[in-house]
Design a protein around this ligand. Structure first.
Ligand code: ADP
Ligand code: ASP
Ligand code: MG
Length: 482
């Protein structure tokens, strides 16, 4: 899997020979909590930065809190209050990153560098005021730029910003330091954003769960976007979105070994290593079991009902991940709508929908919190029916009952009962040859894609963000999971 303990590390590991960008360029190097879990991790990060500087690059470091610090701070807050105010929680959680940045500064100074620490606020990360999951509204890194110009190493506390109005500390959502790093890289015009973590790249599945997973050398940001949205937590979803939007290349690599990791490059057609990729390609399998299905039963069949439901849900902060609409079989004017939301959002979503039951006019709500989604990500999915067929056949051969099925150009996914998710993932991995040969043979995988008869598909409403595109009656498939 390519992971090592801190004690396995030595100085010669820092031979950095793999960068293709010219010396003098700005590189943002982000060190995750798993890489900074202890003093050895801090020292390792400092040595990595110093080495990169010696090789002629200008470095901006972004740090996460050490190890499980953020979880521990959350637990402490829960001991003090059952309902801490989000604004106070942000003030607390942002401390973890400050500890790492100060320690990294101490270590860098010992190596003869000139470190300068910045809170997210001082680094110019401006956000909205949704505490706990704030969105970046502006990045004004003037002080970081000046620090670079003075020959210093700016160290920015990740995961945090400040509100435009009121100057309060905000946090960007769990795992948000990845986003800080990419946002700074974009604002500073950095050549690359390097994300240092405890695995040596992005794998076809979580290498801790699937030891046979393969490391991927290069991914387009579109593929990584799907992969992150499907539950691959090595990169934060919003960081991948941001990188794609601003054209920032990302290099996910190990803080323990020097070898290159996985490059994530914006734009399918700007793919320097494989300029002409037309063949369908399956790059990963992922599963998430932290979803809930809410069914709005007996919805009046009026053109604006769906929009009203989505509007109500967006006001609750619930992220709708997929929607399927069925005729309820209770006369022509009613239908049922199933919505998939992250499990953590289900309570709020149910509450706001229930409050609007009378005004929207639906008959009732059903809730299933045992929902999982298995998916494959890759390229050319929609234009390659054999991929879709293999996916469905694998699941039907494994007797996995499917609830909803979705397909986009870069992913195919199916919602199932969470108890069957592990079986579903195993079956899909096997079908796409991601298990050892003997296991694949035992499962009847013959090395080619066979057509399959899948479960009946339902009518999908394609959605993107909160926008909806109407679907012609009888149309099927094509919903984007986002
Ligand atoms: P950090 O502390 O550096 O932010 P994270 O824990 O957020 O690290 O992300 C790294 C972890 O992501 C790895 O330890 C690995 O278990 C997990 N992971 C999940 N899916 C994948 C995948 N497809 N490829 C690589 N790592 C993955
Ligand atoms: N420390 C924060 C967290 O644990 C942010 C991050 O690690 O990126 O979620
Ligand atoms: Mg992370």
């Amino acid at each position: 899997m390519g992971t090592r303990k801190a004690t396995d590390f030595n100085d010669s590991d820092l031979a950095e020979t793999d960068r293709a960008i010219p010396p003098g360029s700005v590189i943002v190097q982000k060190f995750g909590g798993s890489s900074l879990a202890d003093a050895a991790g801090i020292l390792r990060a400092a040595e990595r930065i110093a080495k990169t500087r010696t090789n002629g690059y200008r470095v901006v470091a972004v740090v996460s809190a050490m190890g499980d610090t953020t979880d521990e701070l959350c637990d402490l807050a829960a001991e003090v209050s059952a309902r801490p105010l989000p604004v106070d929680l942000d003030a607390l959680l942002s401390i973890g990153e400050l500890v790492s940045s100060a320690l990294l500064a101490i270590a860098l100074a010992d190596l003869g560098q000139l470190p300068r620490t910045f809170t997210g606020s001082a680094a110019g990360l401006i956000t909205d005021s949704i505490h706990g999951k704030a969105h970046i509204t502006d990045v004004r890194p003037d002080r970081v730029r000046s620090s670079l110009a003075r020959g210093e190493v700016p160290i920015v506390a990740g995961f945090q910003g400040r509100t435009q109005k009121g100057n309060r500390v905000t946090t960007l959502g769990r795992g948000g330091s990845d986003l800080t790093a990419v946002a700074l890289a974009a604002a500073l015009g950095a050549d690359i954003c390097e994300i240092y973590t405890d695995v040596d790249g992005v794998y076809t599945a979580d290498p801790r769960v699937v030891p046979t997973a393969r490391k991927i050398e290069v991914l387009s940001s579109e593929e990584m976007l799907e992969f992150a949205a499907s539950g691959c937590k090595v990169l934060h979803l919003r960081c991948v979105e941001y990188a794609r939007r601003f054209g920032i290349p990302i290099h996910v690599r190990s803080s323990f070994v020097p070898e290159p990791g996985t490059l994530i490059l914006p734009g399918l057609d700007r793919h320097p290593l494989q300029p002409a990729r037309e063949q369908p390609e399956v790059t990963g399998v992922a599963g998430v079991n932290s979803a809930s299905k809410i069914t709005v039963v007996g919805m009046p069949d009026q053109p604006d009902t769906m929009a009203r439901i989505l509007h109500v849900l967006s006001s609750s902060g619930a992220h709708v991940q997929a929607i399927v609409q069925n005729s309820a079989g209770k006369g022509p004017r009613r239908s049922d709508v199933a919505l998939i939301v992250p499990a953590a959002h289900a309570g709020n979503a149910l509450a706001v929908l229930d409050a609007e039951k009378g005004s929207i006019g639906f008959e009732g709500l059903q809730h299933d919190d045992k929902v999982g989604r298995v998916s494959i990500t890759g390229l050319g999915m929609r234009s390659s029916p054999e991929i879709f067929c293999t996916f469905l056949k694998a699941l039907s051969d494994a007797d996995v009952e499917l609830d909803l099925v979705d397909i986009s150009e870069t992913s195919v996914g199916a919602v199932t009962h969470s108890d069957r998710l592990a079986d579903a993932e195993r079956a899909v991995r096997r079908a796409f040859g991601m298990t050892p040969a003997d296991e694949a043979t035992a499962a009847g995988h013959e090395g080619h894609l066979t057509p399959a008869v899948g479960p009946p598909l339902q009518t999908w409403v394609p959605i993107s963000g909160q926008d909806m595109t109407p679907v012609a009656a009888g149309d099927r498939t094509v919903a984007r999971h986002f």
